[in-house]
Design a protein around this ligand. Sequence first.
Ligand code: ZN
Length: 241
Amino acid sequence: MRTLVISDIHANLNALQAVLADAGEVEQVWFLGDVVGYGPDPNECVEILENLPNLQALMGNHDAALMGYISIDRFNREAAQAIEVQSLIVTQKTIDFLELLRIKIELPDLTLVHGSPRNPIWEYVLSPAAARVNLEHVETYGCLIGHSHVPMIFYENEDGFIRTLLPESGDRWKPQGRFLLNPGSVGQPRDYDPRASYVIWDDEEETWGFKRVAYEIEPVQDRIMALGIPPRQAARLWIGT
Ligand code: ZN
């Protein structure tokens, strides 16, 4: 069975469409949070997301801020402005969907969180030290995380050390120990590769396949500018940061 793993769409319709077209047929979808924030198309992205097969969906910090569950004072000014703009354009249907998002999902062998196992909304896991501490908060063999917008794997090798992998497009990883895995970001990659990022979990091969796909950035930037979202949110899409 093929499972599509995506995170941090950030209201980028073109990127989401490119990922879905590239991924092909999948039986289920795990979404790790942040469908809104930064980009111009929150309603369009939610409409696509909620119709994906067997969807498991998490709440990210931007989703929580748009719903008023956390204060936008905790965001930098430009991220907060994007959320303020989006709060004027989101439909009731989008709100209804965001309301159903979960903070943590536990499957038989996997835990799904947006940030980190010990702090699902806010913590970035970007170092082996953070991964080690967080693995202690995971009951399952593996854990999927988003939030940092960087595709990464941390796993515990047989000597008990945490190893870090930075997978490239086309890489397939077979788990060699307990792990945290981040599929990267669909709508706003931050590893200096502007292509949308996603992962396919193939449970027969037992592989996590990382993939990048190019999409048309310019129309997204035009819509960001037209809505009055800060220009930096448009410019950063070119460089992937
Ligand atoms: Zn995000």
